[in-house]
Write a protein that binds this ligand. Structure first.
Ligand SMILES: Nc1nc2c(ncn2[C@@H]2O[C@H](COP(=O)(O)OP(=O)(O)OP(=O)(O)O)[C@@H](O)[C@H]2O)c(=O)[nH]1
Ligand SMILES: [Mg+2]
Length: 425
């Protein structure tokens, strides 16, 4: 999976040499660890403390846990009962998201542990879908030795029940039938493998359209403008909070634009997220032209030298054509102020609404120039197969998945991880 969000190729901490081995004269490691513990709240919640313009620190518990993990493995391999020495800090900053206080090995271990944690959380989020899918597949496969038409019909029902969608299911089964006819699929195991690779193929193919990664936009482009669109209640504002937190945690300067001026509460809700994540917010009074708020935000982002501007938009207006016209106007304003902006327009789709959500999504595609999808509330459905239907029917990559309501419940959507999580390996 790699890093969450990064366009910059160089790492400042490497060039500064702050990750070089510590000199023996440095303060004892134990002290540094104690200092860290003192500086960070005792039981760090997943919601980070507001920290003004500074990068959000990683909770100390997490840092220690991640750093200790590989060492613990080494201990058991060598049966050495002696606990490893605490690691010396390389930096005057006890806690640093840029990793100024950590060595390369520690940073790598930290990143790996973080990935494992997110991967486990993602698996848990799609557990309901996995259980429902594998239970049904087991029932279909139970007591059968060979593949016949009846089995394929039942398989069709299973896939449709997981919300993979009628069109997508039919396309998948057609390929499977070809495989059977060509004697490439001879048994149930081969059938399951073919099914997995078909679903993965659909998800991968969708990455050819839109924007599949922030790295496709040149480093020199600043601010990188992300517009977040979608019908009301799908999770736009929550996703912005989560995105701001993680993009900032990777060392970027983030600014949020509250361009949902239709609902008075929308801006307040966003302000809470901005406060929680310590990311500045540009807002104006309800009823202000959203394009004007965006204009101000673009100016502010340029003046501050922000790396990323994330724009919240309304999910509901007096009528649909108003909403679409507004989005078009905002896009024009963005393009005038920053070359190529918005660089990403992410359509948020609520996984729980399944096929209905897909229908709503189509309306946005026509005007909003959507470049990718955020699939929220995957944790709240047993029909997580909708991800495949979305990729197939909208031909757009799923960039992120929402797996809960908390600030760090957002993962980069990884097709392989998704398919493996769905089929239980
Ligand atoms: N379980 C779960 N809930 C989520 C997720 N994302 C958002 N929610 C919840 O969905 C509800 C709506 O989220 P908002 O972020 O307010 O949605 P919105 O699209 O901004 O809504 P409008 O501003 O009305 O258009 C909130 O209760 C969120 O906590 C997710 O990934 N999982
Ligand atoms: Mg909102």
């Amino acid at each position: 999976m790699g890093l969450f969000w990064r366009r910059k190729s160089g790492d400042e901490f490497v060039r500064l040499g702050l990750n070089e081995p510590a000199k023996p004269t440095e303060a004892p490691a134990v002290d540094t660890q104690q200092q860290r513990a003192e500086q960070v709240p005792e039981s760090p919640s997943l919601v980070p403390p507001a920290s003004g313009g500074a990068p959000t620190p990683i909770p100390v518990e997490k840092v220690q846990h991640q750093v200790e993990k590989p060492q613990a493995r080494a201990d058991s391999e060598t049966s050495n009962p002696v606990r490893e020495k605490p690691v010396a800090s390389r930096s005057p900053f006890a806690t640093s998201v840029l990793g100024l206080n950590l060595s390369m090995e520690e940073l790598k271990a930290q990143e790996e542990a973080l990935e494992q944690e997110f991967s486990a959380r993602f698996r848990r989020a799609v557990a309901a879908t996995r259980e429902s899918l594998s239970e049904r597949l087991d029932t279909v496969f139970a007591g059968r030795k060979q593949i016949d038409e009846e089995l394929l019909d039942q398989l069709e029902e299973v896939l449709i029940a997981a919300d993979i969608g009628v069109n997508t299911t039919l396309a998948v089964l057609e390929t499977v039938r070809h495989g059977i006819a060509r004697k490439q699929i001879n048994d149930l195991d081969a059938l399951k493998t073919a099914l997995k690779s078909e679903l993965l193929g659909i998800l991968k193919a969708s990455e050819r359209e839109g924007i599949a990664s922030e790295t496709t936009v040149a480093e020199s482009v600043s601010p990188y403008v992300m517009m977040i669109v979608g019908v009301n209640g799908v999770g736009k504002t929550t996703t912005i909070g989560k995105l701001a937190q993680r993009i900032k945690a990777e060392g970027n300067d983030v600014l949020i634009c509250a361009a949902d001026t239709f609902r008075a509460a929308a801006s307040d809700q966003l302000a809470i997220w901005a406060d929680r994540t310590g990311v500045p917010l540009i807002q104006q009074k309800p009823g202000t032209d959203p394009a004007a708020v965006l204009f101000d935000s673009l100016k502010a982002a340029k003046a501050r030298g922000s790396d990323v501007l994330i724009v919240d938009t309304a999910g509901r207006l007096h009528n649909k054509s108003n909403l679409m016209a507004e989005l078009e106007k905002m896009k024009r304003v963005a393009a005038r102020e920053v070359d190529g902006a918005p660089h990403e327009t992410l359509l948020v789709v609520d996984a729980v609404t399944g096929q209905n959500g897909l229908e709503q999504a189509r309306q946005f595609l026509k005007v909003a120039g959507v470049t990718g999808i955020v699939l929220t509330k995957l944790d709240g459905t047993a029909k997580g197969g909708i991800a495949v239907a979305i990729a197939k029917e909208l031909s757009l990559p799923i960039r992120y998945a929402g797996i809960g309501e908390k600030v760090d419940d957002l993962v980069v959507f990884d097709p392989e991880q998704y398919v493996n999580s769905l089929f239980g390996n």
